[in-house]
Structures are given as C-alpha cells and as structure tokens.
Design a protein around this ligand. Structure first.
Ligand SMILES: Cc1cc2nc3c(=O)[nH]c(=O)nc-3n(C[C@H](O)[C@H](O)[C@H](O)COP(=O)(O)OP(=O)(O)OC[C@H]3O[C@@H](n4cnc5c(N)ncnc54)[C@H](O)[C@@H]3O)c2cc1C
Length: 460
C-alpha cells in the first residue's frame, strides 16, 4: 500500500463472483456508502474474507465478519471443505443476556497461570471465596494430570460444558466455570500478575464489573475460529480456475483442529510464501479471453445481485434480520455446537429451513438500495448464514466420528474422549453446490499420511 502498488477500495462488500468461460474473472461489489453496484475485472480473484464463525450468531469474531463472499463463490461452483470443523474457545466471558450481540475472548495465555474449577457440590450458590479448597473440583487437573489446565481448546471447552450441563456451573446463568488466579497471586504477588495480564484483567473488570484480582474470573466457551472453508489445492486455488482463497476463508492447514497462534502462521504462509508464487504461475501459463466489465458475464452477475437485493427489500416484513440470526444461532449452538449427535443434527436440518422460509416471508429491511443501508447489508449476510448453516449441519451429520473440533456424542471412548474413525473418515469432505433446495454433492478427497500417522489423542 505504501509503495502505491496496490489500489485500495474501502467500504466495498463483495456480493458475487464473476465466472467467465469457466474462469474466475472478477467480482461484483456494493459500494456501502452510495449503494452503487460496481464490477471489478481481473485475470484471477483472491478471496481473503475470513471465517464464518458468526453463523452461530454469538462468537468472538468481529460483528462485521461474515460468510457472504465464500458462500456466493460456493454457489458459483467452488467446493466447500469440511464446513463442520469449527473451533470453540474455552476462555470467553460468559453471555450475560439475550440481547448481547457478541462475546469477548479472554486470551488463551490466562490458562498458563489461572486454575479452572467448579464447586464439588451441584447447584452451589455460595460466592467463590466462601467455598473452601477441599470443596473445589479442579476438574482439568483431575482428569488430565499431565496437561492440567493446558489441555487443547476443544477438550477444555467440552469439559466446561459437561460441568455446566451436569449442574456444577457458576454465576447467575450457571453457564460458567471459574478461572482462578488466587494461587498465582499468592505465589508470585499481584504485581507479577499485573505485569503479565494487567490489560486482560482490566478488560474483564470493565465488562463484568468484578475484580479478578480478588475473585476468580468466570469463563465459558464460545465459537472462535472456523477450520472449514472453501476447498483449495496446494497452490491455494479453489476448483474454480483462477479463484484463490487464503487465510481463514479457506479450509487448508488446520484439518479438524487448530492450535493457538496458527492463524498467524496461516496468514503468513498463504499470503507471503505461497500465493505470490503460485498465482504468478497461473497467470503465466493460462490463456484468457479478453473481457470488459460491459460484457455478458459481468452484466449477468450484476443482474443476479440486483435481483437479490430487490428481493430483500421487497419482503417488507415485520422482523429485523438480527432476530432471525439470533434464532439461527440458538439452533446452531444447541445442535451443532460443542457436542453433536444424530438427533440434534437432524433437528437442526429441519429447523434451519423453517427459519429461512420465515426470513424470506417476514424480514424487515428499511431504507433503500441506493444509499448507506446497514440493515440491507445485515439482511444479505443473514440470508447467507441461513444457507451455510444447513451445509454445516449436513457435514456434521455425515461425519459419524469425533475429530478435533467436531465432537460426535455417539463416537467417544469410555472416558468421554473423542473417538476417531480413521478407517471410514480419513478424507476432506468437499461439498459442491447442486442448486437451491437440492442436496449438495459430496466429494471425498482421501488424506494420505506418509510419515506421521493419525492416532488417538491422550492428555492423561
Ligand atoms: C478475538 C480474537 C483473537 C484471536 N487471537 C489470535 C491469536 O492470538 N493468534 C492467532 O494466530 N489467531 C488469532 N485469532 C484468529 C485470527 O485473528 C484470524 O484467524 C485471522 O485474523 C484471519 O485472518 P484473515 O485475513 O483470513 O481474515 P480476517 O482477519 O477475518 O479478514 C477478513 C477481512 O475481509 C473482510 N470481508 C469479509 N467479507 C467481505 C466481503 N464480502 N467483501 C469485502 N470484504 C469482506 C472483513 O471485513 C475483514 O476485513 C483471533 C481471532 C479473534 C476473533
């Protein structure tokens, strides 16, 4: 940007992919200030539009994060890889009310020194400072003596949910566990904690009005990162020639789980080390028809986008898009969240189309298309979440094994740990759009391991 080599178009939202002669050749974007639809033509398209965690409504992601770009590309032929692999982070500030619009992540690093516990007695309403040491269950230290509070995110999240589901949750909603720095403060002093985590403690204090130096923090898991995304090859190109997808928007690198700081790794690897070389190869070796933005593929795609916007505005219903999103989020969290089973997933697959139908009958979008209109932006994104969510649930239903962030309740060991089924599921599930109302086609890309063999994880 500084060198003036990149032209920046701020406040544009990509609303569709232009495919011409089988190649990705541009995008249609809405100017979010004027409302005008604009087309951009090129020899290739790179999507770097982030993850789809906001499908669950509440997540740690920015409110503006959305799935529109990847979803519209999917509907133009790009396969969606492993949509059910989503990461749930254990260290978030619990939800406090029904009208909350997002969740706050407390850094992973807090688990280095904080100890996680719940009262040993079910439904204990005593304040934490009144619960003596021998009446506290440091359940991660008990269950995983060698890893303790540092077990991976999926395990820590699932165990916290299990404690709350079994009646040991704390705080007003009972959907929280304690993260306690009492011992660390005793051992190293308040100053040491302040130096390491002061900003996080301040943030927690600001949000909850509780002093974490005196009382344990309350934490609960939240959707944080999506490992699934558009399928790409090793050159980061999707199955649509010329459509590249990088960062969280693609499915690559992480498989079913993700480690802390690895998004940074993916961002660097994709954007710095891989794409600059692979896209150059594509541009140098491919042949391209000459194309102008007035040509048919751009006109046709712009017409599709115009019609879709018109459809959103013409419903003139009574219910804001956010209400549908909240409803969808509840279905997703309850049935396609931390523990997934056949019954719940089938229920989600019935519920999601109902919410989607209700949305298209009753969504209220005020304002017009030709001006700044955040309600219109929101409605378009929610409409896409209402479609993508069904694919996520379908993928989760078909994968009858537990694997990283995807925990199928039916597939667990006697000790409640995730049980893999490598014989039947060692593949990437790449879903191909087959048309509205039609079951998408599943392609299985086998995973081959030459050196490191997948094995059952153990943190005991
Ligand atoms: C609270 C929090 C803490 C995190 N901490 C860590 C950490 O410590 N270490 C780590 O490695 N990772 C961390 N992550 C994850 C990491 O930040 C993300 O995975 C990473 O930023 C993804 O980068 P990206 O460039 O792929 O996408 P993003 O950073 O999400 O960027 C996508 C961009 O595309 C824009 N966009 C989306 N759709 C459209 C559209 N249709 N048209 C135009 N623009 C669009 C978005 O507005 C956004 O600007 C954290 C994430 C969160 C939410």
């Amino acid at each position: 940007m500084d060198a003036g080599k990149v032209k920046f178009f701020p406040r544009r939202e990509m609303l569709d992919l232009v495919v011409a002669d089988g190649q990705a050749r541009g995008i249609v974007a809405r100017n979010m200030v004027t409302g005008a639809l604009e087309t951009y033509q090129g020899h290739a398209v790179v999507l770097a539009t982030g993850g789809y965690g906001n499908t669950w409504y509440l997540s740690t992601m920015a409110k503006a994060s959305n799935a529109t770009a990847v979803w519209r590309a999917y509907k133009r032929g790009a396969c969606f890889g492993n949509p059910c692999f989503a990461q749930i982070h254990p260290t978030c500030i619990p939800q406090s009310g029904a009208y909350q619009s997002k969740l706050t992540l407390m850094s992973e690093s807090l688990r280095n020194d904080g100890r996680i516990w719940v009262p040993k007695k079910k439904g204990d309403t005593r304040p934490p400072q009144d619960i003596p040491e021998n009446e506290r269950d440091y359940y991660l230290e008990r269950l995983y003596p060698s890893f303790g509070n540092l077990v991976p995110r999926d395990v820590a999240s699932r165990r916290a949910k299990e404690m709350c589901d079994n009646g040991y949750g704390v705080g007003p909603t009972k959907l929280a566990v304690y993260l306690d720095f009492g011992d660390a403060i005793k051992r190293n002093g308040r100053h040491w904690i302040e130096e390491k985590y002061g900003n996080l403690f301040d943030m927690y204090h600001e949000i909850t009005n509780e002093d974490p130096y005196r009382l344990p923090m309350r934490i609960y898991p939240a959707i944080h990162y999506t490992m699934g995304g558009l399928w790409v090859d090793y050159n980061l190109m999707s199955n649509v020639p010329g459509l590249y997808v990088i960062g969280e928007a693609n499915f690559s690198d992480h498989g079913a789980n993700r480690l802390g700081a690895s998004a940074l790794m993916q961002g660097l690897a994709d954007g710095y080390f891989i794409l600059p070389y692979t896209i150059g190869d594509y541009l140098a070796t491919e042949t391209f028809q000459s194309l102008k933005e007035t040509d048919e593929p751009f006109q046709r795609t712009t017409k599709d986008v115009t019609e879709r916007i018109g459809r959103l505005l013409s419903v003139r219903g009574k219910t804001p898009a956010d209400d549908f999103h909240r409803e969808l989020g509840k279905v997703m969290w309850d049935n396609v969240g931390m523990g997934r089973n056949k019954k719940g997933l089938e229920a989600a697959l019935k519920e999601i189309p109902k919410i989607r139908n209700a949305f298209w009958k009753d969504v209220k979008v005020v304002g017009t298309a030709d001006s700044l209109n955040s309600e219109l932006e929101r409605a378009g994104r929610v409409a896409d979440f209402l479609e993508l969510s069904e694919l996520i649930a379908r993928d989760a239903l078909h994968r009858q094994e537990s694997c990283g962030g995807h925990f199928r309740v039916e597939s667990q060991t006697e000790e409640g740990e995730a049980k893999r089924d490598d014989r039947n599921f060692t593949y990437v599930a790449a879903w191909e759009y087959a048309g509205d109302g039609k079951v998408p086609k599943l392609h299985k890309e086998p995973l081959k391991f030459d050196y490191v063999k997948p094995s059952q994880r153990s943190y005991k």
